[in-house]
Design a protein. Structure first.
Length: 313
């Protein structure tokens, strides 16, 4: 994620003093860098996801003999996922886990292992424009919410009407599962775990430009907002994740490290206040972005299990 916005900052700085035509061209270039993903970059992202895991976690994943699942999105993209069947599970429970920006399904291997130990089978999708899924426009959770509605239906179709489903995501994946939670979901979905999610796509992009790289957000963000409407079918400002979760009564567990320099820590409280159903939050005092579990895996896993116990039978 940092490399993507470093490119954006470089383009914006170079074009800051140009004419209106230059500003428009520069904004288009910024939008392209921030919103587009292609095969070569996705291959590197997948390699990065695997490299960030421990050798033990990657070996465990391969030993699960993941099964390939596919869906076709509403806009015609073929999306792919790995399904890990838990042969030892007593109850029919599935966790759908969502990875972050610039990664792939393999980033979620440690979380899949956590859920497997708690008696779940696990579905690990590649988000659109990531991993082995099709698409060139990154959804940042907003476009992805409809994809995850389809993954939920796929789980019910293949696992039966009695399946209990938990949604879990980190960073962009957290925004994805929160945005999904605000849609009309079947009763099979029991709870949501959101680790290091942002409350607004627009605000997060603005933060990255202005605070991280000291690039003025105006007029770049206003123009990019309109480019998104034309290209992706929604304005960046439409991606209001906090507003979306006002429409759900699902139990939500919000997690974030207090040293997060990627998603401002106040997002944790914004999201928590917006949630109308049962909720809990945990702020690790020392963890950086999506590093809360790495800081203390045993405690993290115990907190997740304790939160889910009243809602997943």
């Amino acid at each position: 994620m940092a490399k993507t916005w470093q490119k954006v900052a470089g383009i914006t700085t170079a074009l800051a003093a140009t004419s209106l035509a230059g500003i428009l061209a520069g904004t288009a270039a910024v939008y392209h860098v921030g919103m587009k993903s292609y095969a070569k970059g996705r291959q590197k992202s997948r390699q990065r996801s695997i490299a960030e895991n421990s050798a033990e976690d990657n070996a465990w994943y391969l030993m699960q003999q993941p099964r390939e699942w596919q869906i076709t999105s509403q806009d015609g993209l073929r999306l792919r996922a790995s399904f890990l069947n838990n042969d030892q599970q007593v109850h029919n429970r599935v966790a759908i886990v969502a990875h972050g920006l610039g990664h792939s399904r393999e980033q979620m291997v440690p979380y899949a292992r956590m859920f497997e130990a708690q008696g779940y089978s696990v579905l690990m999708p590649d988000a659109r424009a990531h991993g082995e899924s099709e698409g060139n426009t990154i959804g940042y959770g907003w476009l992805d919410r409809h994809d995850y509605q389809q993954w939920i239906q796929k789980v019910i179709e293949l696992r039966g009407s009695d399946v209990q489903i938990v949604l879990m995501g980190i960073s962009m994946g957290a925004a994805t599962v929160l945005a999904t939670a605000g849609e009309d979901l079947p009763a099979n979905v029991k709870a949501v775990i959101a680790d290091s999610g942002y409350a607004s796509i627009y605000s997060e992009a603005r933060f990255r430009l202005h605070h991280k790289y000291h690039v003025p957000a105006r007029p770049t963000m206003n123009l990019a907002n309109q480019y998104s409407r034309l290209d992706a079918g929604y304005r960046l400002k439409d991606g209001n994740i906090a507003e979306q979760i006002r429409h759900t009564q699902l139990p939500i567990f919000f997690i974030q490290g207090a040293q997060d320099q990627t998603v401002p820590i106040e997002n944790l409280d914004i999201l928590y206040q917006a949630a109308g159903g049962p909720k809990q939050k945990y702020r690790h005092p020392d963890a950086q972005h999506v590093m809360t579990r790495a800081a203390d895996p045993a405690s993290y896993d115990q907190k997740v299990a304790a939160f889910l116990t009243p809602y997943v039978h």
